[in-house]
Every structure is written in C-alpha cells, then in structure tokens.
Design a protein around this ligand. Structure first.
Ligand code: AMP
Length: 216
C-alpha cells in the first residue's frame, strides 16, 4: 500500500537531507517545492523569474502559484506511487488546498512529520551550509562535507552560500515560519496525524527517529 507523508519544520531543520533518506528507505517520490522552484529560477522560466526575488528575501511565494505547481506535480505521479512532500504546505491555505487535491484522488496523508529544531542552532547550521551551483546538492562544512570529484554526477561541486542562507535572511525566514507555517502544528494536531520528531543531533539519529515515527 502506498504511503503519503509530508515533512515540515523551520528552515534549516534538515528537512531536505532527511527527506532524501526517507525517500530511499521507503521508496517514495520526494517532492520538494524549494528544489522545484530553484530549478525554475535556474532555467529562467516565467515562474522562476517571479520567484527569484521573493526567495532571495526569504519570503513565501504566493499560495496560488505554489498550489498550482504542486497540483501538476501530484497529477504527474503514477497511480499507487507513495510520496513525501517537503516544504509544502507552508501555510494553512496551502494545507487546505492539499487536502482538497488529495480528496479528489481518494488519497489521504498518513503522517505530517514535524522536525522540531532549536532556532538558535538553525542560524549556525545554515551558516555552514553550501550549495552546488552545478547539481544543486547541499552540503554542510561540518557535518556533510563534499568530497572532491565525489559527487554522484562525477564532478567537483562548485559551492556557494545560498542568498537565503545568509544570517539576516535566515532570521527573516524564521519569522516567516513562525507567522505563516507554525499554524500547521495545530492544523495537523487536530487531524490526528502530526508526529513530532526531535530534529537535533546527528543525521543518522534523526532519520532513525523519523523512520520509527512512521512505523518503518
Ligand atoms: P526550502 O528549500 O524548502 O527552504 O524553500 C526555499 C524557498 O522557496 C522558501 O524560502 C520560499 O521562498 C520558497 N518556497 C518553498 N516552498 C514554498 C511553499 N510551499 N510556499 C511558498 N514558498 C515556498
């Protein structure tokens, strides 16, 4: 039976890395709105041109645009394909739209995984994060350093600090999270599918907790 999850938490909580681990372990399609939007920005599509300045300021892309984007992504999935949404929904309006989309396809969310991380640690963690301008993979100078020529695509990664990982922007993103995304805590609590997972500690310990939370 296919499983349907979403993962949310403050920016820098390590959602992307953990989502990739869950994807591989549970054979899920990983749908990250941040990754999809960054691809549009790189390719200079009309959506990418609109999104670029908003993302660089650490603000949220308007709900209607993100909802349309995810509707297309979900439609493109093969029937029976389990998925893990990463970075979507980020507002109550997006959450309601997701519920409606899933209901149309007679699907339900099995769990909303909340990666709970200390805000203080986030500014530090994002300061150490580097992204490759070629393959878009992310690294952490302390916990996940790149290996020369060791990228799975066989190249030396070209590392930069993402504009939205700069400390002042990170603080703005945390405020955005508190104001616009944290209300999802109560939303999924009421639905009885919220699972809080401690997001502090090393990568393996966190993925172990996440797998336990979904009963895997
Ligand atoms: P992420 O990689 O998930 O941290 O996303 C990077 C940026 O993409 C965010 O700071 C937002 O500007 C934008 N973004 C990603 N997902 C969403 C979403 N669900 N709603 C609005 N904006 C989003």
């Amino acid at each position: 039976m296919s499983r349907h999850y979403l993962i949310f938490g403050p920016p820098g909580a390590g959602k992307g890395t953990q989502a990739e681990i869950l994807r591989d372990k549970l054979n899920l399609m990983h749908l990250s709105t941040g990754d999809i939007l960054r691809k549009h920005v790189r390719e200079g599509t009309p959506l990418g041109q609109k999104a670029k300045p908003i993302m660089e300021q650490g603000q949220l892309i308007p709900d209607a645009l993100v909802i349309d984007l995810m509707r297309e992504e979900l439609k493109a999935l093969k029937p029976g394909q389990g998925f893990l949404l990463d970075g979507f929904p980020r507002t109550i309006e997006q959450a309601k739209a997701l519920d409606a989309m899933l209901a149309e396809s007679h699907l339900e969310l099995d769990a909303a995984l909340h990666l709970d991380t200390d805000f203080e640690k986030i500014v530090e963690r994002l300061g150490d994060r580097r992204s490759c301008t070629v393959c878009n993979k992310t690294y952490n100078l302390k916990t996940k350093p790149p290996v020369p020529g060791g990228c799975s695509d066989g190249h030396d990664c070209q590392l930069v600090i993402r504009k939205d990982d700069e400390p002042a922007t990170v603080r703005d993103r945390l405020k955005v999270y508190e104001n616009q995304t944290a209300p999802l805590l109560a939303y999924y609590q009421e639905k009885g599918i919220r699972k809080d997972v401690n997001g502090d500690g090393d990568m393996e310990a966190i993925s172990h907790r996440l797998l336990k939370a979904v009963g895997a």
